[in-house]
Structures are given as structure tokens and as C-alpha cells.
Design a protein around this ligand. Structure first.
Ligand SMILES: *Cc1c(COP(=O)(O)O)cnc(C)c1O
Length: 461
């Protein structure tokens, strides 16, 4: 986890940065007052931080947590010596330029060259901004998103006082286009949010079909690609996900989270608009923020005001080291996680102790223990989660509708309409080497959990 060489590289870069300010009168630095106390508090902080799951380790295979790339951590730390603010050029001249370049590279990944976009504090803030623009352009009109869309969309709609309506999902967890088409006949619609990789199962909404509906009915499309956006670079997707992601450049706005799959520290979301003209919606005339430049500042095209310039420095550095290219090292990392998810899914599918549903479209899989009833399976999922955690294998628990499983449930009594199941996000490239180890630990945990249930005989057979 810790690499001394990283600290050495940081020190060297920090000295170089310091040279940039050599012309200033010297500040009396001397001994940092209270260094001893500082060390004490820092150690106490380390003690407190121990109470975390090991997010950096491949045996952490639960929620969407991926360690930032070392260069992102270092560039962030380096920028923190200045702590620039990308609200305006006054606060972050260099990092504003870096943000524009880095965001341009992300937009380029979707085929956009002329666009409006910037970094945000998170996917939530980025989606808020996209739906705010939707609401400005279609005041009072409905926002539609699938039942599996991130819950943030209904909440943001409430904040913006825009009516929100969920659309049913099909058995692959994607927006059901028949249900959407039926809803469109009633009119009154402003924006359809398509989720390019749902948070729960990584399902990709059928964007091609939804674009056809747009041609007929006319509405805005916002792509929430917070999780799945980077998979436009992966070359090992199945047909449906690939065809949908290929169309992403045709939507009106896109959200992508560099702090999810883009190897960034938290605090890095991104929103992009295909029409740069939406910049006019942000107009304001603050008397105090913009003195030093006539150019359009990032602060003039962003709802958030203060934002960390360090985020931009980290993203810029990461993309310099790992350009967003098909076939490149960054893309290979995504492909490895997906391969890992497929490999683990196949093991689960072939094992009668578990029930699986559709295969992963990206790198997220889910499964449940087989039992006589859905309620029993749900209870076993929680036990399996605990039993795996005891063995240092960290999974996640999810509640998913039973229609995702369909015939796979076979004889299971459907006494609940949702199953509490296990979910695993294999988003680290190292997960690929760990599939066997993960499977071993999961099998051991299952052995413990199934002991004493009817399934025991099935294991022994
Ligand atoms: C994570 C996620 C969000 C929310 O983004 P944050 O960065 O956590 O605020 C929104 N939509 C989708 C599809 C997500 O996966």
C-alpha cells in the first residue's frame, strides 16, 4: 500500500513548485511550532482511519470503491501546497487551464469537441446541474428515469421542483422501452435520464431505441454515465452494452464520475453539455468574483462556486500518464475488471448453491444463495455477507426485484417481490488475479452458512 518512492517523488516535485515562487520575500519558516503535537494528532488520525474496510485490496469486492492512481494522489497533494480554487481564474489560474484540458479529453472520449463542461464535487452535483439545465429549458416538464436509475434523480427533481416519474425496467435491469413508449404518448415530458451502467447491477439502458423515440417525440436525453461512462473505451463488452455506449455522443448532456472509474480521489464528478449555448443559463453579475480576466471562467458555467483546483491537477496528471484511449493501459484496466466479473459469475452460475440472474454488462455481478423461499434466500445473503467478511472477503448486499431472476428461481417460493442478494463490484484490475481466491473464500463462507439448512445435502452431493 505504501511506497516510499512516492513520498520521494512528491518531495522532489514540491521543491520544483516552490521554485516558482522564489522571487518573493522570504517567510520566516523556522521550526514548525508544535511539531510534536502535530505528529501526535496525525498518529491519532491514523489510528482512527484503521476502522475502514481495505478498499485498496482486491479482497474488498463490495461497493464502488477503487483506489486513486498514485499519480492522482501525488498531484492532488502537490496542488494542496497552494490549495487553488477553480471557482475563478483569480483563485486557480493553472488548475483552471488543467481542468479545461482534462475535461476536454473526457469529452473527446465521447466524440465531443465543441461542448460546455467542467468538474463538479460529485456525480450528484453533476446530475443536479444537468437536470437544472433541463428544467431551465423545459420548465415544469417531467423528468423520467428507470426504476434502477440512481435515487439521486428523484431527489434532485424534488429539489428543482420538477415532476419525476420512474419507468419500469426489463429483466436485464435496463429501462423498458415499451413502458417508455407508452408513457411518451401522454406527453408532458421534458427529459429522459438514461443510465449508462446502473449503480446496482451495471445495466446499460438501450440508448439506441431511446434515441429513436426521441426522433419521434422530441425530448431531452441526459446520460447518467457516472459509473459506466469510461466503458466506451473497453473492447470486451457484449453487443447490447456496446451498441448503447457507442451512441452516447448523441445525448444532450452527460455525467461521468472520475472518482469512480477514473482513478481519482473523491470530490471529482464531471458534467458535459453538447450545446455550449447552455452557458447563457448561468448568467449572473457578481460584483466580486471576476476581476482579472475577460475570458469565460469555470465559475461562470458552474452552479458550485468554490471547487478544489487540486482535483483538476490530479485528473490532468492521471490522464497524462494514462491517456483515455481504446487499447491503452487505462482501458485495459477496465477490461480486466470486467473479465474478473465474468469469471466469478460463471463459477456462481455453475454452482447449485447459488442462483444467478443476467450476466454482468460491465463489472458488477449479483447472486443469491439458493433456498426454498425468497425470504430464506434473503436471510442467507446477510449471513453469507458476514461469513465472507470474517474471512476478509468484503462483498455488498443489495435488494433487487425478483423479476431479474425469472426462471432461474425455478422451485423457489416467491414470498417477497425483492431478494436481498449479494453484489460485487470488481472494478480493480487486480481483481482478475484474485478471482480464484475470492471464489475459495466465498465457498468457505457458503459452507458455514449452509450448514444446518436443507442445502447441506446438495453440497455434499
Ligand atoms: C454513483 C452514482 C451517482 C452519484 O454519484 P456520486 O458521485 O456518488 O454523488 C449517480 N448516478 C450513478 C449511475 C452512479 O453510479
Amino acid at each position: 500500500m505504501l511506497d516510499q518512492k512516492e513520498f520521494a517523488a512528491l518531495l522532489q516535485a514540491a521543491k520544483r513548485l516552490e521554485c516558482g515562487f522564489a522571487g518573493l520575500p522570504k517567510l520566516d519558516s523556522g521550526e514548525v511550532p508544535g511539531m510534536e503535537r502535530l505528529e501526535e494528532v496525525l498518529n491519532a488520525t491514523a489510528e482512527r482511519l484503521k476502522d475502514n474496510y481495505p478498499y485498496f485490496h482486491p479482497l474488498y469486492a463490495g461497493q464502488m470503491l477503487k483506489p486513486p492512481h498514485p499519480v492522482a494522489r501525488l498531484a492532488y497533494a502537490l496542488a494542496m501546497w497552494l490549495n487553488p480554487n477553480n471557482h475563478a481564474l483569480d483563485g486557480g489560474r493553472a488548475t483552471s487551464a488543467m481542468e479545461k484540458e482534462a475535461v476536454g479529453e473526457i469529452a473527446g472520449m465521447f466524440g465531443w469537441t465543441s461542448f460546455l463542461g467542467h468538474l463538479c464535487g460529485s456525480g450528484t452535483m453533476a446530475n443536479l446541474e444537468a437536470l437544472w439545465v433541463s428544467g431551465q429549458l423545459h420548465p415544469g416538464k417531467k423528468i423520467l428515469a428507470s426504476e434502477q436509475a440512481h435515487y439521486t434523480h428523484s431527489r434532485i427533481s424534488a429539489v428543482l421542483q420538477l415532476p419525476f416519474e420512474p419507468i419500469a425496467t426489463d429483466k436485464f435491469g435496463r429501462m423498458d422501452t415499451d413502458a417508455l413508449a407508452k408513457r411518451l404518448e401522454r406527453g408532458d415530458l421534458g427529459t429522459v435520464v438514461v443510465t449508462m451502467g446502473t449503480t446496482a447491477t451495471g445495466s446499460v439502458d438501450p440508448l439506441r431505441e431511446i434515441l429513436e423515440l426521441r426522433a419521434k417525440h422530441g425530448f431531452r436525453i441526459h446520460a447518467d454515465a457516472a459509473y459506466g461512462g469510461y466503458f466506451v473505451l473497453a473492447e470486451n463488452l457484449e453487443r447490447d452494452a456496446r451498441l448503447a455506449l457507442e451512441q452516447i455522443g448523441k445525448v444532450d448532456s452527460i455525467v461521468i464520475d472520475p472518482h469512480k472509474h477514473g482513478l481519482q480521489p473523491y470530490g471529482c464528478g464531471c458534467v458535459l453539455f453538447r450545446d455550449p449555448g447552455v452557458g447563457r443559463l448561468y448568467k449572473h453579475d457578481s460584483p466580486y468574483t471576476y476581476f482579472s480576466s475577460k475570458e469565460l471562467h469555470l465559475g461562470e458555467i458552474s452552479l458550485e462556486c468554490s471547487r478544489p483546483g487540486a482535483s483538476a491537477a490530479a485528473l490532468w496528471a492521471t490522464q497524462k500518464l494514462l491517456p483515455l484511449r481504446k487499447g491503452g493501459e487505462f482501458a485495459r484496466g477496465l477490461e480486466q475488471g470486467r473479465k474478473a466479473a465474468l469469471a466469478l459469475f460463471e463459477k456462481l452460475r455453475a454452482d447449485s448453491r447459488f442462483v444467478t440472474a443476467f450476466p454482468p454488462e460491465l463489472d458488477i455481478l449479483f447472486f443469491a444463495p439458493r433456498a426454498d423461499r425468497v425470504s430464506e434466500s434473503s436471510a442467507l445473503s446477510r449471513k453469507l455477507f458476514e461469513a465472507a467478511a470474517k474471512r476478509n472477503l468484503h462483498l455488498a448486499v443489495a435488494e433487487l426485484p425478483i423479476h431479474f431472476w425469472e426462471e432461474n428461481l425455478s422451485g423457489m417460493k416467491r414470498d417477497r417481490d425483492k431478494i436481498t442478494c449479494l453484489r460485487s463490484v470488481l472494478m480493480k484490475p487486480e481483481h482478475l488475479e484474485y478471482v480464484e481466491r475470492i471464489w475459495e473464500l466465498l465457498s468457505m463462507a457458503a459452507l458455514e452458512v449452509f450448514r444446518g439448512t436443507d442445502v447441506k445435502t446438495k453440497i455434499e452431493n
